[in-house]
Write a protein that binds this ligand. Structure first.
Ligand SMILES: Cc1ncc(COP(=O)(O)O)c(C=O)c1O
Length: 383
């Protein structure tokens, strides 16, 4: 049979053959905790659903195929996936990461793992261009987001990986690929060791499920993560695995439309006098546009901008929206708007990572773009 390689084909079929017992085209939701054994230890590959479950296995195989990895692991949330990566570390180990980072990652580093003797250092993205100068002997994990949350900074993942691989005992390179998705960018193929997703976002795509995932390409790392997934048990349930699988089937078409809409909105905002600084990796004005061209298929669906008139005006702006919903989270079919400093990144307040209080983050959905631009115009008029 001809080898199937198209991303769109993998999104629909990878890990999801028709059910052999019924022919069902959609992977069934195996809502079972345990499995009958013919004799002690003689079973069909499933013993207990914390260890593995057929619906979750289908999702994990699909995620591995989409990221170009060998193994995928599905968790109860993006943070459960992050927690599992951090459990690969020992007390005394060090994390090198970025000062522009999802607030929940900052919180788990500072308020959970620091208590167990794991310290993190946060550096501006530009410092990663010379990572060999800032890495510490104890650094066992480099943690990247590209595009980052909320400033949409980009990191040259291949260049960071090349620098790390020259070291005698390189730390693990983990890339949070939530903003880009594997359709736009595949960190494992650029040299990353672990890819993390909050599948709650674009992969699920419909704001109806919370989930997380890790994907790797190395068997030794896969074995450690598989062990932790079973030992700790923060697994994705079968119903939620089904919802994410269903979402993934339309990921490529959704991502193309998210990016088309975002591109038009970014061009509108670029010209608008109410915007003091705009952040969108799909525009030539983005300072790391050369990296976007190198490693991303398009600019994605997220835009951030600083309101010229400051935090109070930003507050009036988001409250005036009728279509953009004021909500945390992002990347569903519907457009969302938020003020990171007070919402998703509240945990970074009073730290060196604190975010400009007039920064507004848009998750551009799939509505008619003219309606979205009209909504934004209403925001500027009310603020
Ligand atoms: C970039 C990024 N990583 C990880 C997470 C955490 O994911 P979850 O909310 O599914 O735990 C989020 C959530 O917003 C995120 O934006």
């Amino acid at each position: 049979m001809k080898k199937i390689i198209g991303f769109e084909t993998l999104a629909i079929h990878a890990g999801q053959p028709p059910d052999p017992t019924t022919g069902a085209v959609m992977t069934p939701i195996f809502q079972t905790s345990t499995y009958e054994q013919e004799a002690v230890g003689v079973h069909k590959g499933y013993e207990y659903s914390r260890t593995s479950n057929p619906t979750r296995s289908a999702l994990e195989a699909c995620l591995a195929a989409l990221e170009g990895g060998s193994n995928g692991f599905a968790f109860a949330s993006g943070m459960a996936a992050a927690d599992t990566v951090l459990k690969l570390l020992d007390p005394g180990d060090h994390i090198l990461t970025m000062s522009d980072l999802y607030g929940g990652s900052y919180r788990i580093f500072q308020q959970v793992y620091a208590r167990y003797g794991v310290q993190a250092t946060y550096v501006p993205v530009d410092a990663l261009n010379r990572i060999e100068d800032i890495i510490q002997p104890e650094t066992r994990l480099v943690w990247l987001e590209s595009p980052s949350n909320p400033y949409l900074n980009l990191v040259d993942i291949g260049a960071v990986s090349d620098s790390l691989k020259k070291m005698a005992d390189p730390p693990l390179l983990c890339v949070d690929n939530t903003f880009a998705t594997p359709y736009l960018q595949q960190p494992l193929t650029l040299g990353g060791d672990i890819v993390l997703h909050s599948t709650t976002k674009y992969l699920g795509g419909h704001s109806d499920v919370v989930g997380g995932a890790l994907i790797v390409r190395d068997d030794a790392i896969a074995e450690k993560i598989g062990f932790l997934q079973n030992a700790v048990g923060a697994i994705q349930g079968p119903m939620d695995s089904f919802l994410i699988l269903r979402g993934i089937k339309t990921l490529p078409v959704r991502m193309d439309r998210h990016a088309e809409n975002a591109h038009q909105i970014a061009r509108y905002l670029q010209e608008h006098p109410g915007v003091s600084t705009l952040f969108y990796p799909g525009l030539p004005s983005h300072p790391q546009r050369h990296i976007a061209k190198k490693q991303m298929r398009n600019g994605g669906g997220m835009i951030s901008f600083i309101h010229r008139d400051g935090p109070d005006a930003a507050g009036r702006f988001v409250e005036a929206m009728e279509l953009f919903m004021l909500a945390e989270s992002l990347r569903g079919v519907e457009s969302l708007i938020e003020i990171p400093a007070m919402m998703t990144h509240a945990s970074t307040a009073d730290s060196t990572l604190s975010v400009d209080p007039a920064l507004i983050r848009l998750s551009v959905g799939l509505e008619a773009v003219e309606d979205l631009i009209r909504d934004l115009e209403r925001g500027f008029q009310s603020s």
